[in-house]
Design a protein around this ligand. Sequence first.
Ligand code: TYM
Length: 334
Amino acid sequence: MAQPRILSGIQTTGNMHLGNYLGAIRNWVELQESHDCFLFMADLHAITVPHDPKLLAENTLKIAATYIACGIDPDNSTIFVQSQLPEHSELAWIFNCITPLGWLERMIQFKEKAVKQGENVSMGLMDYPVLQAADILLYEPDLVPVGEDQKQHLELTRDIAARLNFQFGSEENPVLKIPEALIREAGARVMSLTDGTKKMSKSDPSDQSRIDLIDPPEVITKKIKRAKTDPERGLEFDNPQRPECNNLLGLYQLLSNQSKTAVAAECQDMGWGQFKPLLAETTVAALAPIQAKYNELMSDRTYLQQVLANGKEKAQAVATPTLQKVKAAMGFVQ
Ligand code: TYM
């Protein structure tokens, strides 16, 4: 029997951080044992804000290398580049024509990012979630594993699919399969190191706010040493007055592969002076094998290009028939 399918992706802007790893990639690695995985680099999404053409291709390869370094097996999972499949843009255009503008005006990420762009906010930034819906629905996945911040985009994706099915399909014969979001509680919201109420983000101007997966050990240690804390003694989860404490304990829990109860017991009497070196050491040790593999992969571009060429072919074999099905349902000439 065919395995259930998952699809997910990461935007190719900047380095990947602990939020991307713990909120997304780590779950994909676990799911790949029992699922057919389609994982891609969202480079068309990366150009919705001003970008540097000299870095775009390099960033795409870096993300591919990170997927593999974190444990995605390119022989089993399909790893591909969004812009290499024109199906994504074509389906996005079709979705544009059935998506009410009001649905996009409500998107939280658009509002947050648009403020930063001022007068220069592009049409593409507003359209970002529609392209994301196309990315997903082309592959008819069962599940889309993402962090908490993508929840609204996933709901929009489901609404677009339902609308297209309602307008151009029938209840017995839906055109598109409607996927479920998979948001794991642990790691779904990794917060900034400088403010425990804000999510860790690639676009935060402060480098100190995040730990990149390729940060060298001394940088990781320094960032953790400087991370915002509070004056309390004794560490605890889930105290709304102590968001930084909850976040740093959560990182320790995930990176040391322990249960929440075990970490709560271990750290309840600790002060920051004892906990921070422990967290730094744990983070460095968890990232060391990923960094070693990443460096190895980045020095073998031929291999990476081969993985992406294979991925493109496997992705296209699924995406093209879905696009054709939508076009047929909408009445395009066949
Ligand atoms: P992006 O590149 O912002 O993030 C990639 C993945 O990492 C998760 N994530 C986090 N999880 C926990 N804590 C954080 N601080 C944190 N920051 C990021 C995100 O939830 C995401 O799962 N729009 C998407 C890329 C995309 C996509 C798709 C994803 C394009 N098309 C189709 C899934 C399916 C994005 O920008 O993710």
